[in-house]
Design a protein around this ligand. Structure first.
Ligand SMILES: C[S@@+](CC[C@H](N)C(=O)[O-])C[C@H]1O[C@@H](n2cnc3c(N)ncnc32)[C@H](O)[C@@H]1O
Length: 446
């Protein structure tokens, strides 16, 4: 039992997390430390390998002199990780990453190979790879997790003394643990950008998936402490209601989500988004710039904002429920969202602000339909729009209705403030909440 949720039986998922009290948006349902993590290769040397804080003016990272591949913010983190698993990894790490077995893996698989190595070395410190776990210990927490449904898993090589890792009992233990990776592990993020993979067995044990979740995960980095995962309510959750989180991006097309959930987790999603969009077929959108596409995009903005040229402040009203109008099906094809995201990003960074603001508004309308209310990505996009409006205001680019630009910026900033305020700060210092504060100052200055 967690303080705000308890486990109850679930028809198909074994168990589910049920709220023991009414929760308001922004409430932290659970805060749990990581059992084990591994940084993405791009983050090595930028973050402490143990607590994952970023190098900064105040924090200087020092290399492990043994392997020259792990970095620490101080002796506390270095000692903790040494005792947890690094003393059994350090000597073998450089030959491990140069080995054909590791080199043949994709970048995600490489992170999981390192994560598995950390886990095995941590759980079996005396090379007794017995799976007979102590009740309530970390090994039993791991083996208590449901196994994934994939039959084709290929257990990656693990880093450590060859005489130990090649031992059949070690291989068996690695297989048992790895068979739970795909459907239980998490990708850690800071300001919604991924930086590591990690295991949080207690959170895995509790939270089922929904494409229309009422909670999301955020990650908290504190110097010299294990990264914490917090599950935060994004809307009102009633006492007795199931608390769910998204296992994948709900903005992915319905078929893509369903295939991925079936393949990796072995279930068919029956959430409100999946069941209300059964009619959606994969129809490609009309060509970019065509009249048909302009009509569809205008209808989309009308459906969400009640007008096509401007955002409506009440898109963040928790009582608003948006249903996807049937005629807009082609805008939910997988090529469309990636196309407009790319066009918005290009136009908002390179100028051509009028175009950026129109595409960005359409993207916001799409997000309001596919994401649940207060989903952090809606807030992040509203912030990008507010910044783009600000850039447009100071660029000197001429707009037919430039008088409303400052008002638009405030509307977008209001949406970002509301949603990202509920999500709260995550990961590294600065980030969107700081950007909102700066932009608010600029907009309010005379
Ligand atoms: C991280 S675990 C979630 C906790 C799990 N219910 C338990 O009792 O341990 C993930 C597994 O739960 C099940 N699951 C999660 N969400 C589900 C859903 N919406 N419908 C059916 N099964 C689900 C799947 O078996 C999936 O592989």
């Amino acid at each position: 039992m967690l303080s705000k949720a308890h486990l109850a039986p679930h028809q198909t998922a074994r168990n589910q997390a049920i709220s023991v009290e009414a929760l308001a948006p922004g409430s932290v349902v659970v805060s749990v430390p990581s059992l084990v993590t591994a940084l993405l290769p791009s983050e090595k040397g930028r973050r402490c390998d143990n607590c994952h804080v970023l190098e900064s003016g105040d924090i200087r990272l020092r290399k492990c002199t043994g392997c020259a591949a792990y970095w620490y913010c101080g002796s506390e983190c270095q000692t903790r990780q040494w005792n947890a698993h690094h003393k059994r990894v350090c000597k073998y790490y450089s030959s491990f990453v140069a080995s054909p077995g590791y080199q043949g893996l994709s970048s995600n698989e490489r992170v999981d190979a390192v994560l598995l190595s950390h886990l095995v070395m941590q759980l079996f410190p005396h090379d007794n790879f017995s799976l007979q776990a102590e009740h309530n210990g970390p090994l039993s927490e791991c083996t208590d997790l449901l196994k994934g449904s994939r039959l084709d898993i290929r257990v990656p090589p693990i880093c450590g003394a060859r005489s130990k890792t090649g031992d059949p009992s070690c291989q068996r233990a690695a297989h048992e643990l790895f068979s739970r990776f795909g459907n239980n592990n998490f990708v850690l993020h800071s300001h919604l950008n991924s930086y590591a993979h990690g295991m949080f067995p207690l959170a895995s044990r509790f939270f089922n998936h929904s494409c229309a979740p009422n909670a999301v995960a955020r990650y908290i980095n504190i110097v010299s402490e294990p990264v914490r995962m917090e599950v935060v309510a994004i809307r009102d959750i009633a006492e007795g209601e199931e608390i769910t989180i998204p296992y994948l991006d709900p903005a992915l097309p319905r078929d893509t989500r369903r295939n991925a959930l079936q393949l990796n987790y072995g279930f068919t999603c029956t959430c409100q988004l999946c069941s209300s969009t059964e009619w959606l077929r994969s129809i490609p959108p009309p060509a970019r710039g065509s009249q048909e596409l302009i009509i569809l995009e205008t209808s989309l903005r009308m459906a969400v904002f009640g007008r096509s040229d401007r955002v409506a402040a009440d898109v963040v009203d928790d009582r608003m429920t948006h249903t996807i109008p049937e005629g807009l099906g082609p805008l939910f094809h997988e090529s469309y969202l990636s196309d407009i995201s790319e066009r918005f990003s290009k136009a908002s960074h390179e100028g051509g602000y009028a175009e950026a603001l129109e595409i960005g508004l359409t993207q916001l309308a799409l997000y309001c339909l596919v994401y649940p209310t207060n989903y952090p990505q809606i807030g992040m996009h509203a912030l990008e729009l507010a910044k783009t409006v600000w850039n447009a205001m100071v660029s000197g680019e001429r707009f037919t209705d430039s008088g409303s630009l400052a008002e638009d910026a405030k509307l977008y900033l209001g949406i970002a403030t509301h949603i990202l305020g509920i999500f709260g700060p995550e990961g590294d210092p600065g980030g969107p909440i700081e950007e909102i504060r700066v932009l608010q100052g600029l907009l309010n200055s005379p």
